[in-house]
Design a protein around this ligand. Structure first.
Ligand SMILES: Nc1nc2c(ncn2[C@@H]2O[C@H](COP(=O)(O)OP(=O)(O)OP(=O)(O)O)[C@@H](O)[C@H]2O)c(=O)[nH]1
Ligand SMILES: [Zn+2]
Length: 353
């Protein structure tokens, strides 16, 4: 417990023999936002545009999806990434001390190789808890500093996320992400009308002031961030327990029309049910699939009822088993049932391969 040593968000370097060298400290930008809001898209955009900086990427993936998330991002971004870190525990905010800090320390051993860190949190993360690790640990603080928190808001589904009711008067994840942001990016403006966009814009503002009033945060300036973080740590803000991740893999090729059928049953018809008869509610769908007649891997991306299939630049190698990997995040999901439905819908019924 060395609380007194580390209250500063950006600690002043202790004057060692080498002297302070602020230029050597690595800025961290936290990219937050609800499931599917567009965090990875923004990440890829930054990496594509920013040629002069060598950027390390940290993904904090919800559930077991990190291997897939990584392969999705690589397929999209090519050779752009300098460093990869996987935080497998899923929830960075409750593993900050061990997993998160250690991973970043290891990353720092190689820090000569890069000069910026982008940290994408899971769509359900509390960015305050993630941010706090950059000032709680003084050891880390001397080499890394928090540059800012960016929150990506989905123009199409953002309102739904921001107004979601939580039990016991808890503030929902989306609102927390907005409230702690230094910069809010409203994304997917192409999917909504000007009127809808204005609603989102207003609600982001209104929501912010609600959260501020509720917790009596005085301002958004640097000093109060610390207070906000302290507050966040003491309220038992945590991942929505009702939201779960299902990951599965099925070998083989699938017909594109069958895959569409599977997804549409799940996302549109909502006729895939769990054991209690409750329709499965998929918030986020990601996959890497093998479609009959296509030589390249195909990415499946879904956010609520919207989805698309996109052929990647990655070719299936000849000695490689063609396979389908899916990650689903949502409510009332049952892995065995979904997998069965997938196999039944998607694979040929005859033969036993
Ligand atoms: N129409 C539209 N789609 C977008 C836009 N930005 C991102 N998307 C799509 O939204 C989906 C989710 O994007 P990601 O960048 O993976 O979202 P994310 O926030 O990283 O998702 P998670 O990490 O799973 O929470 C993908 O299918 C993107 O192609 C946009 O500006 N317009
Ligand atoms: Zn992502």
């Amino acid at each position: 417990m060395e609380d007194e040593e580390c209250p500063a968000l950006v600690p002043i370097a202790a004057g060692g023999s080498e002297g302070p060298d602020p230029g050597r400290r690595i800025p961290v930008t936290i990219i937050t936002g609800y499931l599917g809001a567009g965090k990875t898209t923004l990440l890829n955009y930054i990496l594509t545009e920013q040629h002069s900086k060598k950027i390390a990427v940290i993904l904090n993936e919800f559930g077991e999806g990190s291997a897939l998330e990584k392969s999705l991002a690589i397929s999209q971004g090519g050779e752009l990434y300098e460093e990869w870190l996987e935080l497998r525990n899923g929830c960075l905010c409750c593993s900050v001390k061990d997993n998160g800090v250690k991973a970043i320390e290891n990353l720092m051993k190689r820090r000569g190789k890069f000069d910026y860190i982008l940290l994408e949190t899971t769509g359900l993360a509390d960015p305050g808890a993630v941010a706090s690790m950059f000032w709680v640990d003084s050891e880390l603080g001397s080499d890394i500093y928090l540059d800012g928190i960016i929150s990506v808001v989905d123009a199409k589904h953002g309102l739904q996320h921001l107004t979601e009711e939580k039990p016991e008067g808890l503030v929902n994840e989306a609102s927390r992400q907005v409230a702690l942001a230094d910069l809010i990016i409203i994304n997917k403006t192409d999917l909504v009308s000007g009127e809808e966009l204005n609603k989102v814009r207003t609600s982001v503002r209104v929501d912010l002031s609600n959260v501020l009033d509720l917790h009596a945060f005085d301002s958004l300036s640097g000093i109060s961030l610390q207070k906000k973080l302290e507050h966040v740590k003491t309220t038992q803000a945590h991942l929505d327990k009702g939201i779960m991740t299902v990951t599965f893999e099925v070998l083989g090729d699938i017909k594109e029309e069958n895959l569409n059928l599977f997804i549409q049953n799940l996302l549109w018809e909502k006729n895939v049910k769990d054991k209690t008869g409750h329709a499965m509610d998929v918030i986020r769908l990601k996959g890497l699939v093998s479609i009959q007649g296509k030589s390249h891997q195909v990415i499946v991306q879904g956010v609520h009822e919207l989805y698309d299939l996109e052929e990647t630049a990655v070719e299936w190698k000849e000695d490689e088993k063609r396979t389908n990997r899916l990650v689903l995040i949502g409510r009332h999901l049952d892995k065995e049932i979904i997998k069965e439905v997938f196999i039944a819908t998607v694979t040929e019924k005859h033969g036993n391969s």
